[in-house]
Design a protein around this ligand. Structure first.
Ligand code: AMP
Ligand code: TRP
Length: 371
């Protein structure tokens, strides 16, 4: 799957395949986080989840269900716990294989929050206040906006930096968060690294096609759990007939051509969805649809491709979700292995910033310049 940018590590596949994901130090470590809020939709699936599945073959893959991030919005405690199970089952149904990746719950690894605090002390409040997500939410919620919304990107930075991950698969809306994360890592290294790279500066991996799937009813807005239209949002677990109905009713544009263009957001979105679902390029879809009779044909083809892509996930989901003990076991095993990695990073971080007891043997990541 093409994605941007081709990172320095992208060609490595050291830990993929038969040797098992965690048998050797990672040449390419992939990390992403996803919130256990709301029902996951086609945008999440195309922009993020498919890339997670892909990552299992490309490197050592770690995926985190970020329940602490979910606290920044009003929530019901029992519903939040259930949502973590829902999302675990969904991710496994979508193809995450706990023997080939590490899947865990953020709050099970307290190193994330400790590192987050340390990184807060390296981050300007003004920068956080200017971030799009904070500005959007603070306008929507006025003075009720909580400090967690402001510090959200710092916790996100800690999620990734605690694992010294090289690559972060995300959709387009996370670009700004990734930039902050990179800057914080660089700042940490220059302030405390003594010439070494204590924290790895990660690369984003944003797909070339499908990084921003739009709402089917309002194709100038991204498909989203909050704020989108119900009829314009296809959920991964929607029944096939519902998916067909939503796509059939998608808002298209004036003019009949089935081609992408800035003045054709509705048609462009449908072409992108179809390209991803069929595993080909948008140009190929345009060529295939050149003889179509109109948007009706396009919508029928997109609906069929989307149903075929999502049906296997839906088929597997119910059985997986029914067995909470099995889901607990996946999350517990993931957290245990994640903690071992994050704890090693935190040992170095504490050493560097001067908190905690002095360690006898500094890690190789800590430079020797100035010692
Ligand atoms: P969230 O559900 O907000 O935790 O998002 C999970 C992932 O889905 C993130 O990597 C987002 O960038 C990605 N994502 C969310 N909405 C879209 C969309 N409309 N198109 C593509 N990717 C998306
Ligand atoms: N902020 C991300 C989102 O809303 C979720 C997230 C939390 C994340 N921690 C992360 C994504 C670390 C990538 C890496 O989608």
């Amino acid at each position: 799957m093409p994605a941007e940018p081709a990172s320095a590590h992208a060609a490595d596949n050291a830990n993929g395949g038969a040797s098992g994901p965690l048998s050797a130090p990672a040449a390419l470590r992939i990390f992403s986080g996803i919130q256990p809020t709301g029902d996951k939709h086609l945008g999440n699936y195309i922009g993020a989840i498919r890339q997670y599945v892909d990552g299992q073959d490309r490197g050592e893959a770690l995926y985190c269900i970020v329940d602490l991030h979910a606290l920044t919005a009003a929530h019901d405690p029992d519903a939040l716990r259930r949502s973590v199970y829902d999302l675990t089952a969904l991710l496994v149904a979508a193809g995450l294989d706990p023997t080939r990746c590490l899947l865990f719950r953020q709050s099970d690894v307290p190193e994330h929050t400790e590192l987050s605090w340390i990184l807060c002390c390296l981050t300007e409040v003004g920068r956080l206040q200017r971030m799009h997500q904070f500005r959007d939410k603070s306008v929507a919620q006025r003075e009720l906006v909580n400090a967690g919304v402001l510090f959200y990107p710092v916790l996100q930075a800690a999620d990734v930096l605690a694992y010294r991950a090289h690559e972060v698969p995300v959709g387009e809306d996370q670009r700004e968060h990734l930039e902050l994360m990179r800057d914080v890592a660089r700042r940490f290294n220059s302030r405390f690294g003594q010439g070494g790279e204590v924290l790895v500066v990660p690369e984003h991996r944003i797909p070339e096609v499908g990084a921003r799937i739009m709402d089917l009813q309002e194709p100038t807005r991204k498909m989203s759990t909050t704020g989108g239209s119900e009829e314009g949002t296809v959920y991964v677990l929607d029944e096939p007939e519902i998916i067909e109905r939503k796509i059939r009713r998608a808002v298209t544009d004036s003019g009949a051509g089935i081609v992408r263009g800035a003045d054709k957001p509705g048609v462009s979105n449908l072409i992108e969805i179809m390209a991803v679902a069929r595993g080909c390029t948008p140009e190929e879809i345009e060529a295939q649809m050149a003889s179509a009779r109109g948007y009706g044909d396009l919508k029928a083809a997109v609906a069929q491709a989307t149903v075929e892509m999502l049906a296997p996930v839906r088929d597997r989901y119910a059985d997986l979700r029914a067995d909470e003990r099995a889901l607990d076991a996946i999350l517990a095993a993931g957290a245990q292995r994640a903690k071992a990695i994050a704890a090693a990073t935190l040992t170095d971080v504490r050493q560097c910033v001067g908190v905690g007891a002095l360690s006898a043997a500094p890690s190789a990541a800590i430079g020797t310049v100035g010692r």
